[in-house]
Write a protein that binds this ligand. Structure first.
Ligand code: NAD
Length: 289
């Protein structure tokens, strides 16, 4: 069974699709989804296309739970508390797509329950959490994969090959850019459905319900590392991977809030990173028009 799981998650990492119809129901790995927002619903469809069986769903916002049910088998069980999902018998692995401040408690609980895990990026919201998570995964017998899909994308793999084969010569400077015409004030009107606000907050500081914190949690330091970690996991990870470098020796970043009024984190910033043998810059502009 263990080798089957390894095989399965290996397939999930590569762009291979195994039709659900190619396996009998009992041969197919069963999973539970924790966090059924935009990414969670996309992953739910993707894992079913890969041949896995969705048996449990968890979300603290009722409308999202209703939406994800539509793309799941009729006998799927639903939960508001992820610990109850983890206690359901017969689940081989869990897919975690909650806001970033839940990643650490979700992963630790899933490993303690003996589940393999596909965990969305970024790993966590702090280095301390990440160290605990890596240690827990290493000490367990479970497989943990983090959703850093750019490492599986053909165009990224080709660029890495160009660097590795020396065709580009010595890399002295890497530039990452993320330009979106995207930023606008965060909607703080009442939510149109039932939300378990205390469970959304989890281990974050307690405070009265503020709909915009739920709608755009990426905009608040209590629930994310802001746009730096939201998109940086993709861009800076790829730069470090392509150049075979470890973490930077030094980094500096300046930014400001241009248009996402009501949020806390910069929606425009410039960062510079000093690595042992090259420099990298990263600029993000969500107010690009
Ligand atoms: N790999 C990628 O390209 C990619 C793309 C988008 C998002 N993501 C990651 O996926 C995660 C989710 O992002 P999203 O865009 O789907 O956000 P979202 O806000 O659309 O969805 C988050 C969901 O989690 C639910 N939730 C909150 N607290 C919960 C709890 N305690 N238990 C269960 N459910 C809870 C929310 O109700 C919501 O439905 C983030 O970590 C994000 O960084 C990755």
């Amino acid at each position: 069974m263990q080798s089957d799981r390894r095989e399965f998650l290996g397939l999930a990492a590569a762009p291979l699709i195994l039709a659900a119809s190619a396996r009998g129901a009992n041969d197919r790995l069963a999973y539970g989804l924790i966090g059924a927002g935009n990414r969670g619903r996309w992953l739910n469809r993707a894992f079913q296309k890969l041949g896995a069986r969705c048996v449990a769903l968890c979300d603290v916002y009722e409308p999202n739970l209703e939406l994800v049910r539509k793309d799941s088998p009729p006998d799927v069980k639903t939960y508001v508390d992820y610990r109850e999902l983890l206690a359901q018998p017969g689940i081989d692995f869990v897919v975690i797509a909650t806001p970033d401040h839940h990643h650490c408690p979700n992963l630790l609980a899933a490993l303690a329950a003996g589940k393999d895990v596909y965990l969305e990026k970024p790993l966590s919201v702090s280095l301390e959490e990440s160290v605990r998570m890596v240690a827990a995964a290493s000490q367990s017998r479970q497989i943990v994969q983090v959703g850093m899909q750019r490492r599986s994308m053909e165009f990224c793999i080709q660029v890495k090959r160009l660097v590795d084969e020396g065709i580009l010569g010595k890399v002295s400077m890497a530039k990452a850019l993320w330009n979106w015409h995207f930023a606008k004030p965060i909607d703080n009107s009442p939510l149109p459905g039932k939300l378990d606000w205390d469970r959304f907050l989890g281990s974050a500081p307690k405070r009265p319900l503020e709909p915009r914190r739920f709608r755009w949690w990426r905009g608040f330091w209590d629930y994310s590392g802001g746009n730096m970690t939201d998109q940086g996991t993709h861009l800076m990870d790829v730069i470090q991977w392509m150049t075979n470098s470890g973490p930077p020796r030094a980094a500096v970043c300046h930014g400001y809030l241009a248009k996402m009024i009501g949020a806390e984190v910069p929606d425009v910033f410039c960062a510079a990173f000093e690595y042992a043998h090259f420099m990298a810059t990263w600029t993000l502009n969500y107010a690009s028009s």
